[in-house]
Design a protein around this ligand. Structure first.
Ligand code: SAH
Length: 273
């Protein structure tokens, strides 16, 4: 029996009508699942966190790799399917909202995320830490996470994500790999924490990114003067290289943005003393 047939059978048996609002699109491509588990480089006994396990199509592969799985799932009915589909397995099911529940201990995260929570769950995981995360996202979001400076996709989430981790776009996944298919395509992303974080005060940097990226096509000079008004409600005088000020925000690397953020932070603390 194919995974698609098995999925349809389970849905029928439990009377489940996939809920779009909860992003209930189940992965039915064995090729994609094999690749996802391969990229995760799992070893027996490893603790894996799965977000939004659904009826367990990915969970099955994680358990076969010998992992101890903690699945966080919002829908209690899915929780029942998971317990009944894998009786006696090394599986703990936590029913709740993955953005809010207390997270268990884990080494890796492997998940086909519900697209509605991509951003909050990603940053929650990045702050929390992990050895490696292998995640499926809506393709556009995946491209933004992994984008390089100077490209169309490079945005606030690219820099914020790359502050914590090195993202890699592993493969594109067509919508037909899911049942029922979503309205957008997807992509598989690997996140590996950076060995060394950028030398910048984290909280200020995140505020700084939120303040300059609305002006990402403007020169840094312009964006900073707008940002300073937003952040501090006053005019700005900064000691920043002319060459940098002339470039557009989206052309600056995370490292360059970190330098600017620190200059701005020092100016703001001096000016307020
Ligand atoms: N991983 C499974 C299911 C993916 S569908 C597979 O690949 O087949 C996404 C799942 O996330 C659904 O089961 C949905 O109920 C669940 N979900 C949606 N929002 C959630 C949230 N905030 N926290 C945890 N799970 C959530």
């Amino acid at each position: 029996m194919s995974l698609l047939q098995e999925t349809k059978l389970i849905l029928r048996r439990y009377g489940i009508k996939p809920n779009r609002r909860l992003g209930q699109h189940f992965l039915v491509s064995e090729g994609v699942l094999e690749r996802e588990v391969e990229v995760a480089e799992l070893s027996p006994g490893q603790r894996v966190l799965e977000i939004g396990a659904g009826i367990g199509n990915l969970t099955k592969y994680l358990l076969s790799a010998g992992c101890r799985v903690v699945a966080v799932e919002r829908d209690p009915l899915m929780g029942r399917v998971l317990r009944e589909r894998f009786p006696g397995a090394e599986l703990e099911v936590v029913i709740g909202d993955a953005v809010r529940v207390e997270l268990p201990e884990y080494e890796k995260v492997v998940a086909n995320l519900p697209f509605g929570i991509s951003s909050p769950i990603t940053f929650r995981l990045l702050r929390h830490g992990f050895e490696k995360a292998v995640l499926i996202y809506q393709r556009e979001f995946a491209q933004r996470l992994a984008a390089n400076p100077g490209t169309e996709e490079y945005s606030r989430v690219s820099v914020a994500c790359q502050y914590y981790a090195e993202p890699r776009l592993v493969m594109r996944i067509p919508r037909g790999a899911f049942y029922p298919p979503p309205e957008v395509d997807a992509a598989l992303v690997e996140l590996i924490p950076r060995r060394e974080r950028l030398k910048v005060e984290e909280e200020f940097f995140m505020r700084f990114l939120a303040a300059v990226f609305p002006y990402k096509r403007k020169t840094l000079r312009k964006a900073l003067s707008f940002a300073a008004r937003r952040m501090f409600d006053r005019e700005l005088h900064l000691d920043i290289e002319e060459g940098l000020l002339k470039r557009r925000v989206f052309q600056l690397s995370p490292e360059e943005l970190a330098v600017v953020s620190e200059v701005l932070r020092e100016w703001s603390t001096e000016a307020s003393e």
